[in-house]
Ligand binder design. Structure first.
Ligand code: SAH
Length: 252
């Protein structure tokens, strides 16, 4: 009997097929069975797969069907890749799939990817943390069909004035702005990146006060990250890392 194989969850990156990790690409090239999150993973990335690979789009499947395919194939000794968009750490439904595998006694590995939050910051040409401006990034979303714990309401998080990356919420941009306005002044830099790293990427920049109108005008309702915070302006204090007066382990 063939040996049971290890199942790999792989972060595909934000869309550009060159933004998968070397490790993720290698696993895709070697895979016998690939189950990809078809609603978001850009299909071009499946071009890395061997000829004859068995490919499943999970968009219309439920949890049981997805894990059923993975478990069966791995028990047959076939190499299985479960491909998620961006990074596996954010909004990937990894935990619920992993617990099924654990219950079934199946081994799995996780290969992270470039999150669309990182890709969106890159498209803006910005880092999200700046000395004395903000040293904190909040990754969050507004409540939709998936509820958000009360303590994590945008209006509460807004009180910190930190940089925020808001997933899964661009269709509710007006509500997002309303809740953020509890903590951020209207002239706070804001941006929306639609399909970061895709050929049809769009970057909208503005302020908390005008970003909702810009989004409406552009007709963006999905596949976008909202970013807010003073770090996006890019001016402000320099980091200690490259400060002439600042000595550290690599520069005495
Ligand atoms: N695990 C993914 C997030 C999946 S949830 C990651 O780390 O990026 C899906 C949400 O991610 C979308 O609603 C959108 O907010 C964001 N998203 C995914 N791909 C994107 C892209 N290329 N550009 C901008 N936002 C993206």
């Amino acid at each position: 009997m063939a040996e049971v194989s290890t199942i790999y969850f792989v972060g595909a990156g934000p869309g550009d097929p060159e933004l998968i990790t070397v490790k993720g690409k290698k696993l895709l090239e070697e895979a016998d069975v690939v189950v990809y999150a078809g609603s978001l993973v850009k299909e071009k990335i499946l071009g890395y797969c061997r000829k004859g690979v068995e490919i499943h789009n999970s968009a219309s499947m439920d949890l049981e069907e997805i894990t059923g395919i993975m478990v069966k194939a791995a028990r047959e000794g076939r190499r299985v890749v479960r491909l998620h968009t961006g990074d596996t750490a954010f909004y990937s439904a990894l935990n619920e799939q992993a617990s099924v595998l654990e219950r079934e006694g199946m081994a799995y590995g996780v290969v992270p990817g470039v999150s669309s939050a990182s890709a969106s910051a890159a498209s803006l040409g910005r880092e999200l943390t700046m000395p004395e401006v903000s040293q904190t990034v909040i990754v969050t979303r507004i409540a939709g069909r998936t509820p958000v714990p009360e303590a994590e309401k945008l209006s509460s998080l807004a009180s910190h004035g930190a940089t925020m990356c808001i997933f899964l919420s661009v269709d509710k941009i007006e509500r997002v702005v309303e809740e953020l306005s509890v903590g951020y002044p209207p002239d706070t830099p804001a941006a929306v990146v639609y399909r970061a790293s895709w050929e049809d990427e769009r970057v909208l920049t503005g302020t908390l006060g005008d970003i909702a109108a810009r989004v409406k005008e552009a007709g963006i309702t999905r596949q976008a990250i909202i970013m807010v915070g003073r770090s996006l302006a890019g001016d402000g204090k320099k980091s200690k890392l490259y400060d002439k007066e600042f000595k550290h382990g690599y520069r005495k």
